[in-house]
Design a protein around this ligand. Structure first.
Ligand code: UP6
Length: 241
């Protein structure tokens, strides 16, 4: 997978969301997801409209929003159409199937109604996947192996993984890496940053997820474009090897 183009991988994928995502990545020349971890819906909408032209995915954490409403969701959906990106709610489900069904389909957020992509830890068994960027995380070794098996057994609804390096060569699975900043470094709560090139070229993942590196600057649109160019050039460098 790491030497194939996104176009070829989109053609190889069976899952319609994966096909669509590979298609957007190819057409927008973007393997950048922006994580818009702001707490006021108007700020999120404004930020998404600014970075929208440069991203293939907008990642949300709706449970940190102070003033969440259905109107926020419809505005976000309109921006997803306007700028052609997918919405990824980073909920990291980790409970038994029955509870996750309620959390995903119901409650206040009704994530299943609007998120193209969401994710789950595999701690509870055949759920989905996580490998963390925070220091000292326990998602390594056997956990990764079992997670991969679960994904392959459920490839009808699993499109990929959150991981820090490519964990498999199956062309249809998308490896997404959070903990990315152009200048590297970390934060005061254990976050560790790698650069776009280190993630996509050296560690051969497909898509970088950037939060504060973009949302915390004064010119997010220009900086999002810089991240897009850096991550896409690293992908092109990798496939032309
Ligand atoms: N995230 C990580 N590491 C993981 C999994 N998820 O950072 O292993 C998520 C965080 C946040 C974003 O929940 O939304 O990716 C990273 O934001 P940052 O770039 O501002 O650190």
């Amino acid at each position: 997978a790491s030497s194939m183009t996104f176009k070829q991988r989109g053609e190889a994928a069976q899952n319609l969301v994966a096909r669509r995502l590979f298609n957007i990545m190819e057409n927008k020349q973007s393997n950048l997801a922006v994580s818009v971890d702001l707490t006021k819906s108007a700020d999120i909408i404004k930020m998404v409209d600014q970075v929208g032209p440069h991203v293939c995915v907008v990642k949300t954490h709706v449970d940190i929003i102070e003033d969440f409403t259905a109107d926020f969701v419809s505005k976000l959906q309109k921006l997803a159409e306007k700028h052609n990106f997918l919405i990824f709610e980073d909920r990291k489900y980790a409970d038994i199937g029955n509870t996750v069904c309620h959390q995903y389909g119901g409650g206040i957020y009704k994530v299943a109604d609007w998120a193209h992509i969401t994710n789950a830890h595999t701690v509870p068994g055949p759920g989905v996947v996580q490998e963390m960027s925070s220091s000292g995380n326990l998602a390594t070794g056997e956990y990764t192996k079992e997670t991969l098996k679960i994904a392959r057994d459920h490839s009808d609804f699993v499109i990929g993984f959150i991981c820090q390096s490519r964990i498999c060569e199956d062309p249809e699975f998308i490896c997404m890496t959070p903990g990315v900043k152009l200048e590297g470094g970390g934060d005061s709560l254990g976050q560790q940053y790698t650069t776009p090139r280190d993630a996509v070229f050296s560690r051969r993942t497909d898509l970088v997820i950037v939060g504060r590196g973009i949302t915390g600057v004064t010119n997010p649109e220009a900086v999002a474009n810089e991240y897009r160019l850096a991550a896409f050039a690293s992908y092109q460098e990798r496939i032309s090897q």
